[in-house]
Design a protein. Sequence first.
Length: 410
Amino acid sequence: MDTTLKISNRFELKELELNALLEITQAINENLPEDSLYKIYNFTLRANLKLGKLMLIVQDKKQWELKLSFGTQKDYSHMDDKVYQIVKNRKILFNADLFDSPFEEFEVAIPVFHKNELLAIAFLGGVSNSQEKELIENHLNFIQALTNIIMVAIENKKMARARLEQEVYDKEMEIAKKVQQLLFPKSLPENDNFSIDAHYSPHHTVGGDYYDWLSIDENRKIVCIADVSGKGVPAALLMSNFQASLRTLLRKTTDLEEVIHDLNHQVFESANGENFITFFIALIDLKEKKLTYVNAGHNPPFLMSINGNIEKLEKGTLVLGALREIPFLEIGITEIQNTQTLLLYTDGLTEAFNEKEEEFGPERVMDILNNNIDTKPALILSSILKEIDDFIGKRALSDDITLLACQYNV
């Protein structure tokens, strides 16, 4: 090949390189999807450089993915740590560097870095003669620049998506938090014969904890607590619907059997059987001197009498919403004698772990109650919160903690 022809070919290739870079830049500016950018990259290299082999592997979330491949002898669809063994620095790798590696069938490997992080490796090979090899070697800077532009653009797309997803998530959490706060009662009773104190410690995500109380009449009071499976807006909306259904039902009847069956139907229909709610409800009748309750798969509340006896309230049924029809239901009834304190809580309390991986457990809760037999609800809750805070130490809560202490006497 004479000098004039070589210069002409090089000029044409330089013009092709410039056009390719302009096309890629335009595609990026038009915000084309990742697949389109990979197709442009593939066509540019194969058409302009007459490659017999091309492979592009990309790192995503510490995993290697095969994005482009043609003309290869092996199956490179599953990458592993062997990739890192060939990338010892930022330099382009040639035959000798790839020898005796899983990628020895290629002639060149071009690593692509962004802010000291390895994003991808482009493997080239399969050229037919020495002149074409020389052309490739003369245009490695172009190939490297092209690969870098593509990968950085795709990385920026990923980062933009991640930021958008985080913004949407944060907004959802804000909405869910507001919905959840609206569910909690605005005020709690504090009378001589009936008083309540409650506490909610949110986890870093918004859960579906809920507590409530209702006065049916002068002598009959309702207290309840619930925890919906799942987090965020769906959990908050399901619990909001649950609260509305509960209050509507209690305006019609205080028959807990009827209430539980209707609530189960409402939750099943609302969540399509995909979510469920653990629930405890108690009807306290100060005139009839009895407490009637149903525990629907919730952590058994503690009922403490003035004589120091502590009872777990476990009778009831399965969680609500898991099945279209409740297979069994047992109504719990206990007599009220003098002063009693009812402690309701969610599993964030008993399932809290300390730095030694020990669980707080219900036994510690019972010990606290035993030491606070004559104590008002507010002091009982403050004692529990101090104990749980001392117990977990520097470890963060793994779930919401919701507490309700109700004290009454006849």
